[in-house]
Design a protein around this ligand. Sequence first.
Ligand SMILES: Cc1cc2nc3c(=O)[nH]c(=O)nc-3n(C[C@H](O)[C@H](O)[C@H](O)COP(=O)(O)OP(=O)(O)OC[C@H]3O[C@@H](n4cnc5c(N)ncnc54)[C@H](O)[C@@H]3O)c2cc1C
Length: 431
Amino acid sequence: MRVAIIGGGFTGLTAAYELGKQGHDVTVFEKEKEIGGLAVGFRQKGWDWHLEKAYHHLFTNDISVLRLLRDLGLEDKLIIKRPITAILMPKIQNREKGKNSSASELNQIFQLDSPKHLLTFPYLSPVDKVRTAILFTFLKLNPFWQPLENVTAEPFFKTIGGSTSWRILWEPLMAGKFGELAPTIAASWLAARIKKRTPRLCSIEGGFQTLVTALAGAIKKNHGKILINTSVTSVPLDKFDKFLITVPTPIAARLVKFPTSYIQPLLKIPHLHAQTLILETTKPILKDVYWLNIADRSFPFLAVVAHTNFMDKKHYGSRHLTYFGNYLPQDHPYLSMTKPQILKIFLPFIKRLIRNSSIVIHNSYLFSAPFAQPVHQRHYSKIAPTIQTPIPHLYLANLDSIYPWDRGTNYAVELGQRAAREIQKRTLYGR
Ligand SMILES: Cc1cc2nc3c(=O)[nH]c(=O)nc-3n(C[C@H](O)[C@H](O)[C@H](O)COP(=O)(O)OP(=O)(O)OC[C@H]3O[C@@H](n4cnc5c(N)ncnc54)[C@H](O)[C@@H]3O)c2cc1C
C-alpha cells in the first residue's frame, strides 16, 4: 500500500515508521528544510548538541515516547534530572506584604515544585495551603477526567483549592497563556496538566533531534521516503492509496475540500501561536531555576526556561541558553515584529530578573510556530477530530486530536501509532 504522510513532525514520522515496519510504501512530505515539526532543533557553530527551537523536556511517565526511544536503541541517550521549577511573583504582592524594597528587588522568585515548597510559600495562608494540597492530591489521584470537561477551570479550582490559591497561583498563568480565552478553558485541561507533571524531567543526549534523526533513519531503512522542502498545497488523491494529514486543522482545511458539516466544527477550535526568544549569554539569566512561571502579568512573556540549568552548557560552547516563551493569538503584534523589536520590549524585564546587572548577549534567536496550541474549551472531546475523515482513504491526526492531555511529543508518538493502526485496519477490512 502506498501511503502519503503530510507533515514530518513526531506524529507523521511515527506513523511512517510504524507503517514502514509493516512493509507499506510510505512517503513523508515536509514543507520545512528539516523534519521534527514543533520539536525541531538547530545547531550553531561550536555546539555539539541541537537545541529545540521551543523548550522541550519529557516527563518520566511519557511512556510512548520513552518506549520509542528504547525501540530505536536510544535508551542510553535518555537523561533524567530534577531541575527546579519556580514562580516569579508580581511586585504588588510584595507591597501588600508591606515590604520596603527597591524596584529591582520587588519581583521575587520562589521555588514551587514540591509539598515542602508549598508549605514555605509566603503568599498563601495555612488554610489556603491545605486546600491547595487537597486539590493537588485529588487531581493526582482522580482517574475520571470526563466530568471535569463540563466545567471551566476557575470555578472548579476555586471550589476545592480556594479563591486565593486560584488568584495567586493559577489565574496569572492562565491569563498569560490564553489571554481573553482563559475563562473558557475546561477544568479537564488544567487538571490533566497537573496530573501528568512529574518532578523529574527527561531530555535526550544531543537534543530531541537525536530521536528525530533515528526515526528518519529507521523509516529509510524500511524503504520509506522523506521529502523535505516540499510544501503540499493540495492532496493528490489519485497518486497514493492512503493519505495521512498531520498538519494543524486550519492548514489541513486549505489542502483538502472537506464537507462543510465536517470541517466547520473543527475550525471553531481556537488555536494560539507559539513564540520563543532565545538568548545566548556568558552569564546565566536565572541562577539555578530551570523553569520560571511568570505570575507578574506586567512582564511581556509567560515563561523563562533556562535550558542550561537543565542540560550542561558545555554542549553549547559553554554559553548559557535561556528561552522566553509566549503563546499568542494569530493577530498579536509580537508575531509580526522583528527580533530587535521584541528584544527592545523584553530587555527591561530580563534586566529585572538579573537585578540590573550587566548582560552580554552573544546571540539571539526568534522562532514562531502557527497553530501550536489548540484551546481546550468545555466539551472538547465532543468536537476533537477523529483519525478517520468522511473522505475515503484520507486520515487526519494532529495536535487537535489530543485530549484531555496537553499536546506533547509523547502524545504525538501515540497518535502516530494509532493512525498507523487505523490505516492498517481499514486496509485489512476494506475502506
Ligand atoms: C512552545 C512549545 C513547547 C513545547 N514543549 C514541549 C515539551 O516540553 N515536551 C513535549 O513533549 N512536547 C512539547 N511541545 C509539543 C510538541 O512539540 C508537539 O506536541 C509535537 O511536536 C507535535 O508533533 P506533530 O507531528 O503532531 O505536529 P507538528 O510538529 O506541528 O508537525 C507538523 C508538520 O507539518 C509540517 N507542515 C505544515 N504544513 C505543511 C504542508 N503544507 N506541507 C508539508 N508539511 C507541512 C510542519 O512543518 C511540521 O513539521 C511543545 C510545543 C511548543 C509549541
